[in-house]
Design a protein around this ligand. Structure first.
Ligand code: GLN
Ligand code: ZN
Length: 759
């Protein structure tokens, strides 16, 4: 018998109820009671939906008001001392203070840090652990969720982030200490939790340990072994489904083979040889196979997956086989039926969370009784064939057009030193610039909304944008910036703007996925061959340059970032799709150059986050990512200056690759780390120009001239003066004008005072 199982359902509510409830609560427009009521309603409706669809094993505790990792930190009492303050009088205020910071009557408590959940676009709250953190079981959230589901007659499987993964996700400020060293202190808390859940009638727990698919050092492996030994000893505990995803667990198969747990979930889609892997695990009672892609939105090839299931049943026959999505479906939209704008044929290739669960049930029926249920798969097969045919047609079209293009030369005409001499932009030493966007005010967004509703026409909208550009050019001249930008007022989003102008993309109207907290995004969908039928930014750039004698930067989003922040069709390697986008952006770069734009910035903020989890796969990724950047940038003359921008990432691992990209200038975020990030560039002797961010655009604070001078002097310890640019950490679109104007003035003054000193 094969059973269906789910690892996690989107928690935001079908109509984004959670967002609206949270924001109303934060803005004091509603009370805690109604927030909690909404959260219970979302959970109950998710459970009932899954039950009605026929899912056998339904998760609970996959819901969080803000973030699961934060919930886990609170559960084990890893709460930073700064949120214990007289003004914080209840646990929910404390919870949101941890998530978002707390400001009231002169008290300002900073939020905890946030970072990306493995290689996804979901951000989690980073727990803070110190040597003297004292763990104890501080909340009953998993139990409460289980009991809530029981009130509607559904026995669920609570999802709990495992202790080793929890500690590895954490950070510490204590030197010479790693949080995972505290594993022996954390395990008893989990054991206590398990026994309480057991007494409440929990039969299975889903213990998420995604770090098991990554490269582990001896210390971490020992922490896992200790977990196995401790948990095998506990008597009063539910069965444990050790749950892994996002990559191939085979690299740690020796370690896994020592697991005493009753079940294991593997991400089949990322496992190169599941049969071989399973042969390593002879004692396993329950195998959960993640065979439906929990991170993408395409229909599953059900017949193909059924064959694999039969193969596993024949050769190994674990006592119990579960079929499941590869990972939690947190990362995909909920219901395709809500989409009315997507072309019917393309829509027939897709499957969102609800449809994926339907696929699982179909697959279950089919593998349990192939003869009876063969006809159930007819629609699935037809959709796959339609998609394949369309793709093949567009591929042959692509081949033909590629043959007509001469192969792209990946290197610039001359090395950087020579290009630098030719780039006569009459810039001073320490040139000052910005990253591209200026405040996207409510006014701008409301004018765009009017355009979308048809209340104003395109001509009126364009005139409005032009006047905004003119204002921002005058402002930048007045402030004294050296390289100007047009402000990106016409862009709703740095990826969506370009996606809407290219072919091969489609868009959802309700396909929200959580980015963090109450922030959700609707990623574009790349369904076919990408191309650029017409210019995308050239008119704006040309207009902007006509307003000023100072150089204006053309602003583009890079191919890796466009790929990374979209759902990408899975019938060819991601690298190939990225090359298609790169060729389109290259055309735009050349068109910008041909209208007289002398500086072009190609942003790649998502380059680092595309890095695979396993180190052995890094090189391959970096080599195509760098190649794609070079496809976009290599066609220009030596005289044209190429910039790139990256932010909010760990650059140490990839500084080599950044060097190979060979942009004339790179701007990076560096102020929060007090220029420490630059060390990697210094050690590497990064040869091209570099602009380390000198003020944190995520904070409303206005930097002082001396602070910026201090940061720049720090930067000069590792970067030679004639390579140094002056700029903020990132784009300014989320800030107000009141913050931006004085901050940029301070920045320009800092650059000027440095120039004086250098004389
Ligand atoms: N050019 C973009 C901006 O200024 C870059 C944004 C980013 O790095 N995410 O908004
Ligand atoms: Zn940025």
């Amino acid at each position: 018998m094969v059973l269906t199982s789910n690892l996690g359902y989107p928690q935001i509510g079908l109509k984004r109820e959670l967002k609206f409830a949270l924001e109303a609560y934060w803005n004091h427009k509603s009370d805690l009671e109604s927030l909690l009521k909404t959260s219970q309603e979302i959970q109950i409706s998710n459970w009932q939906l899954q039950q009605n669809l026929g899912i056998d094993l339904i998760p609970s505790n996959d819901f969080s008001l803000y973030d699961h990792v934060l919930d886990t930190a609170i559960m084990v009492n890893a709460i930073p001392s700064r949120v214990f303050h007289d003004q914080i009088t209840d646990e929910y205020t404390r919870y949101f203070a941890m998530a978002r910071g707390f400001q009231n009557a002169g008290v300002s408590i900073p939020a905890m840090e946030m970072t990306k959940w493995f290689n996804t676009n979901y951000h989690y709250i980073v727990p803070e652990i110190s040597r003297d953190t004292r763990f104890n079981l501080n909340s009953q959230k998993p139990l409460d969720a289980f009991n809530l589901a029981k009130t509607v007659g559904i026995i669920t499987r609570p999802v709990i982030i495992g202790p080793v993964t929890f500690l590895l996700l954490s950070k510490t400020n204590d030197t010479g200490f790693s949080p995972f060293e505290k594993i022996s202190e954390l395990l008893p808390i989990y054991k206590q939790l398990f026994s309480e859940l057991y007494l409440a009638g929990v039969q299975w727990i889903q213990l998420d340990e995604p770090f098991l698919v990554s490269d582990l050092n001896q210390g971490i492996k020992k922490a896992y072994q200790e977990m196995f030994i401790e948990f095998s000893k506990s008597e009063n505990r539910p069965k444990l489904l050790l749950t892994t995803y996002f990559d191939d667990i085979s690299i740690n198969k020796e370690l896994i083979s020592a697991s005493p747990f009753e079940g294991l979930h593997i991400d089949r889609l990322n496992t190169s040889d599941p049969i071989e892997l399973i042969s390593y695990l002879p004692k396993l009672e329950t195998l959960s196979l993640g065979i439906i892609d929990g991170r993408n939105i395409w229909k599953t090839d059900l017949i193909h997956q059924a064959e694999l299931i039969h193969e596993i049943q024949d050769s190994l026959n674990p006592q119990e086989l579960l079929i499941a999505p590869s990972c939690s479906m947190l990362h995909i939209p909920q219901d395709l039926e809500l989409e009315t704008e997507i072309v019917t044929e393309i829509k027939s290739w897709m499957s969102f969370a609800k449809q994926k669960l339907q696929e699982l049930v179909l697959l279950q029926r089919f593998v349990n009784d192939p003869k009876k249920y063969k006809n159930l798969l007819i629609n699935n097969e037809a959709a796959l064939i339609s998609r394949k045919n369309t793709m093949e047609k567009s591929k042959s079209r692509a081949m033909r057009s590629l043959q007509s293009v001469p192969p792209v030369q990946l290197e610039r005409q001359s090395p950087f030193i020579e290009r630098k001499k030719k780039q006569q932009l009459s810039l001073p030493k320490f040139p000052a610039t910005t990253i591209g966007s200026f405040p996207q005010t409510i006014e701008i967004r409301s004018i765009r909304a009017k355009l979308n509703r048809g209340e104003i026409n395109q001509t009126e909208y364009d005139a409005f944008i032009r006047s905004e550009i003119e204002k921002v050019i005058r402002l930048q001249e007045e402030i004294g910036l050296d390289v100007l930008v047009h402000g990106e007022f016409e862009r709703n989003d740095m990826v969506q703007y370009f996606a809407e102008k290219m072919q091969g993309f489609t868009f959802t109207s309700h396909g929200w996925v959580q980015s963090y907290g109450s922030r959700y995004v609707r990623p574009p969908i790349i369904y076919g061959l990408v191309s650029r039928p017409e210019t995308m930014t050239v008119d704006w750039a040309k207009y902007t340059q006509s307003l000023t004698d100072k150089p204006v930067k053309g602003m583009l989003t890079g191919p890796v970032t466009i790929l990374q922040w979209s759902f990408v069709h899975d019938d060819q390697p991601r690298a190939d799709t990225c090359r298609e986008i790169a060729l389109a952006i290259r055309e735009e770069v050349l068109d910008l150059e041909s209208v007289g734009i002398q500086i072009i910035q190609i942003d790649e903020p998502a380059l680092r986050e595309g890095l695979p989890i396993q180190k052995s796969k890094w090189q391959q990724y970096l080599s195509w990512a760098v190649e794609c950047f070079k496809i976009t940038s290599s066609g220009v003359k030596d005289e044209t200056q190429i910039h790139t921008h990256m932010c909010y990432a760990e650059f140490n691992d990839i500084v080599n690759a950044i060097g190979e990209m060979d942009a004339d200038v790179i701007s990076i975020e560096a102020s929060r780390s007090n220029m420490q990030l630059l060390k990697a560039f210094g050690d590497y002797h990064y040869p091209n120009d570099i602009g380390p961010g000198v003020y944190d655009i995520h904070s409303p604070n206005i930097p002082k001239v001396e602070e910026i001078v201090g940061l720049l002097e720090k930067a000069l310890e590792v970067i030679p003066g004639d390579q140094l640019w002056v700029n903020p950490d990132c784009g300014l679109k989320t800030r107000t004008w009141e913050e931006v104007i004085p901050s940029l003035k301070a920045m320009v003054n800092a650059a000027r005072s440095l120039r004086k000193k250098a004389l």
